[in-house]
Design a protein around this ligand. Structure first.
Ligand SMILES: [Zn+2]
Ligand SMILES: [Zn+2]
Ligand SMILES: [Zn+2]
Length: 137
């Protein structure tokens, strides 16, 4: 779907920056991106980028996670469906797992009488490419 239509559908006012930011996140949907990079890419100021990202998150267009104490953003994958991400802490690469590795654990949890099981969606590590490039100190 066209970005403008996506925003219109949610009754979000379309602005040049909002369209550019959402387009950028869709184009780079296989990785997590910092607000600094987003802001630089579209040449907006920080608060414009921040407000746009907040709005997109509220409307479920994007998902954010923390890497090394900083927030990174990605276009939503598999809307609604429960899934996990493998994330590279160096380049933000996102690999989507379409299964839950914790089903046995979850069963155990309920067997033990616990309730309302939840766990994190994200797993972190360093990808092959970053490992090869030796960019980790
Ligand atoms: Zn996802
Ligand atoms: Zn990487
Ligand atoms: Zn799971």
């Amino acid at each position: 779907m066209d970005t403008v239509n996506m925003l219109n559908e949610k009754k979000i006012k379309t602005t040049k920056y909002r369209i550019e930011i959402l387009d950028f996140l869709i184009k780079e949907e296989n990785r997590f991106i910092s607000i600094d990079e987003i802001q630089e890419k579209v040449s907006s100021d920080f608060s414009t980028a921040y407000r746009a990202l907040e709005l997109f998150e509220e409307n479920n267009f994007i998902y954010k996670t923390k890497i090394k104490e900083k927030f990174y953003y990605t276009y939503r994958c598999d809307e609604g469906k429960n899934h996990h991400h493998l994330i590279c802490t160096e380049c933000g690469l996102k690999i989507v797992l379409d299964f839950c590795p914790f089903e046995t654990l979850e069963k155990k949890y309920y067997d033990l009488g616990f309730d309302s099981f939840y766990h994190s969606r994200d797993f972190f590590g360093v990808c092959q490419n970053c490992k090869d490039q030796n960019i980790i100190d």
